[in-house]
Design a protein around this ligand. Structure first.
Ligand code: LHQ
Length: 259
């Protein structure tokens, strides 16, 4: 429908696509888009039929960050970030469903933060990532300092954030910012394949894996192992574990139910 800032589409079974849809502004984040994206993400979290979420951009960009034409630097920027950005980034990184950023084109500023918040990232060869904040006298926000320092370490995070130069897909892959780089023509197909696999996975186990891996860097070995035990006890009790075992012994693919 015309005027929709986020296009929602269910592809395959359990795969929800959220496509940022302001191509004329390189999918820059205005209030309407931010609110819609957060609403859709929350709805997806609550909807048991959704088992994997793909976020991507319509047109030539993934997302150019905050819409600088609809932003008041004299306004309450803190409130804007706390209200519009932080809940969205939390929903993505801390939500229970696996997410995949399909980076079709440039991801700049908070647009890069949005991509980095996702669990998996597949990037088109011609796309770029840019911590553009410093170019306009700002600092990385929406989790960028956190995700960057975790993904590439402090040395490279400082280079990205202090210089604000775009990096190409091969560099992003080499540095560990993304999982795969593919030719543009193959992006939709390969991302769809990963998303289908995520959606066919055991939802309770996927959620637990996401939680454990995301908390691991902040834990001691003993804390991480204690968390693993707790999550494993719950997973072992699930019906999906039983279905997984049955399928293993019958030498066929399991059909997980999410309970
Ligand atoms: C845009 C934008 C844009 C509006 C391109 N807004 N129109 C959160 C809240 C509180 C405080 C502020 O910060 C934040 C977080 C942030 O995200 S701050 C960082 C905001 N983003 C940026 O600084 C990136 C600005 N954009 C760019 O640097 C370039 O446009 C990139 C590198 C993304 C792409 O470059 P090109 O491929 O050369 O495209 P372009 O610059 O020619 O842009 C195409 C059109 O898109 C153009 O409009 P026009 O009407 O002239 O065709 C741009 O004005 C528009 N556009 N980014 N963020």
């Amino acid at each position: 429908m015309a005027g929709e800032t986020v296009l929602e589409e269910t592809q395959a079974e359990g795969v929800l696509y959220l496509r940022l849809n302001r191509p004329e502004a390189l999918n820059a984040l205005n209030d309407a888009l931010l609110e819609t994206l957060h609403d859709r993400w929350q709805a997806a979290e609550a909807d048991q039929r959704v088992r994997a979420i793909v976020v991507t951009g319509n047109g030539r960009a993934f997302c150019a960050g905050q819409d600088l034409k609809e932003y008041d630097p004299q306004g309450d920027v803190g409130e804007h970030l706390r209200r519009r950005y932080l809940p969205l980034i939390r929903a993505i990184a801390q939500g229970s469903k696996p997410s995949l950023a399909m980076i079709n084109g440039v991801a700049a500023g908070a647009g890069m933060s949005l991509a980095m918040a996702c669990d998996l990232k597949i990037m088109a060869r011609g796309a770029t990532l840019v911590q553009s904040f410093v170019r306009i006298g700002l600092v990385p926000d929406s989790g960028s300092t956190y995700f960057l320092a975790q993904a590439v370490g402090v040395t490279r995070a400082l280079e990205l954030a202090l210089l604000g130069d775009p990096i190409d897909a091969d560099t992003a892959l080499q540095w560990g910012l993304v999982n795969r780089v593919v030719e543009s023509q193959q992006l939709e197909e390969i991302a769809a394949e990963w998303a289908r696999r995520l959606a066919a996975g055991p939802p309770l186990a996927l959620s637990a894996i996401k939680k454990a891996i995301r908390q691991a860097p902040h834990s001691t070995l003993d804390e991480a192992m204690a968390r693993e035990v707790e999550l494993q006890v719950a997973a072992a009790r699930s019906r999906d574990h039983r279905l997984g075992l049955e399928a293993f012994f019958a030498r066929r693919a399991p059909r997980f139910e999410g309970r």
